[in-house]
Design a protein around this ligand. Structure first.
Ligand SMILES: [Zn+2]
Length: 448
């Protein structure tokens, strides 16, 4: 297929596609065709005056192929790491590394230089770290938003490229694996007139899609909804998204103070990191605003202590906080290759002990596990996409009393479970029973 045929196909796909967002898969169909088409594209594009030598062309194709495959394989990050023997390029997909390619060490200078030129970094700087955010046009039809970071290491320079996704719309609440017992709590608190809803997760386990899905439950034409984010990832029509810029010293706290003069109903502050933001967010939620935010902690009860550590008065915490959503990501079993098996007596006993009340047929428990043998669809990992695990803590009267008495985390935890909080481990066990993920995956997520 030559370039004009591809162009025609692109236009045809664009016309027939309802959302106008053309996917790589729409163009290339199955993975078998990719190789042939890519070669044609590479020879027609990137006619840069810098790149005249044969080796340069080789590198341009190599880097473009790397991006193309990263998109196709849904990678979130690309790592280019020179080591003693070669250059290792690997992708992070669904939180785990997959080895993409090993290159001869002689290319270490040129590949890093190519990335630096693309991203307007200094190519003569090899001693200091550099980073930059760019929108790179990969061929004429695909724009990639990337954050590029280069740091010197003993074997030259290591480059990490984060591929930022600008999703137009957050997913619906029903599509993010919220179990009925948690959905009831969420829906209830979306009716509140004021208060704070926090989402928490350990560092590195994903952005808070849940928070944006909750936010999109409100009608932005009826309410003034404003957000402070870094970076802005979802765009909801009629919502005022603001990108924080720490470079010009405009921090969350300073923005929040200004935002409160904008007559908001609902505010989303991307992250509470410091005392000032914590206090402002809590005060805003008491004075008839609904505040959504996130804190990096490990669990729902840990969050209460974190707020106390940020010097927020426990009395203010109890009057503002409505709900804490603690979440983790786990890999979803690949639907094309997962293997069915019968749980042995020990596993069955454990599952029935933990979540038996939700199971009808306790005699024969069928589960699924990953199959790493043959499947192309999941890059031979047995997993494809991710699912969320939740623990939703509602601030009940009894919990309020405990918070005011500076209770320990354990006391808070026990009371929360007593007040119908379903612990995150039980939530995952139920998702294992529902065949969404495996016991192995969840053991690796929750016990690391
Ligand atoms: Zn598979």
């Amino acid at each position: 297929m030559d370039i004009w045929e591809l162009f025609k196909k692109w236009n045809a796909v664009k016309k027939t596609s309802s959302n106008k967002n053309v996917k790589v898969e729409d163009l290339f169909g199955s993975s078998n065709n990719v190789k042939a088409i890519k070669t044609t594209i590479n020879s027609d594009l990137n006619i840069g005056s810098y790149w005249d030598k044969k080796e340069d062309w080789f590198l341009i194709s190599l880097v473009n192929d790397m991006f193309l495959n990263a998109i196709k394989m849904r990678a979130s990050d690309i790592h280019i790491e020179p080591n003693e023997k070669d250059i290792n390029i690997r992708f992070r997909i669904d939180g785990k590394f997959i080895n993409y390619q090993n290159l001869d060490l002689k290319h270490k200078d040129s590949i890093i230089a190519r990335i630096k030129i693309m991203s307007y970094l200094r190519i003569d700087e090899h001693r200091l770290p550099q980073d930059w955010k760019i929108a790179y046009k990969l061929f004429w039809w695909k724009q990639l938003d990337m954050r590029i970071s280069v740091i010197p290491i003993i074997y030259w320079e290591k480059c990490v490229i984060r591929l930022l996704k600008k999703d137009s719309k957050p997913p619906e609440l029903k599509d993010i694996w919220i179990m009925p017992y948690n959905m009831v709590k969420l829906k209830k608190h979306l009716q509140d007139n004021f208060g704070m809803i926090l989402a928490v997760w350990p560092t590195g386990s994903g952005k808070s899609t849940t928070l944006f899905s909750l936010l999109s439950q409100f009608d932005p034409k009826e309410k003034n909804i404003s957000t402070l984010e870094d970076p802005v990832e979802y765009r909801i029509p009629w919502v005022n998204h603001t990108q924080i810029n720490p470079a010009i010293d405009f921090t969350f706290a300073r923005w929040l103070r200004s935002l409160l003069r904008q007559d908001p109903d609902i505010i989303m502050v991307w992250e509470i990191r410091d005392e000032e933001t914590a206090k402002l967010a809590v005060e805003a939620s008491i004075t008839w605003h609904i505040v959504f935010s996130t804190i990096h902690t490990n669990s729902a009860t840990h969050t209460i202590q974190r707020l106390v550590n940020l010097w927020v008065d426990p009395l203010l915490i109890t009057s503002s906080l409505r709900m804490i959503i603690s979440q983790r990501l786990a890999r979803k079993l690949c639907v094309h290759c997962k293997i069915q098996y019968k749980a042995n007596d020990k596993i069955k006993e454990y599952i029935v002990w933990k979540v038996g009340k939700y199971i009808k047929n306790k005699e024969e428990l069928i589960l699924f596990q990953a199959n790493e043998a043959w499947c192309d669809k999941c890059n031979h990992t047995g997993y494809n996409w991710r699912i969320w695990l939740y623990e939703i803590l509602e601030i009940t009267d009894k919990l309020e009393a405990l918070i005011l008495n500076n209770a320990s985390r354990l006391q808070l935890e026990i009371q929360a479970v007593w007040d119908w909080m379903v612990p995150i481990k039980d939530d995952w066990l139920l998702k294992v029973i529902l065949w969404e993920t495996s016991l192995e995956e969840l053991l690796s997520v929750l016990w690391t």
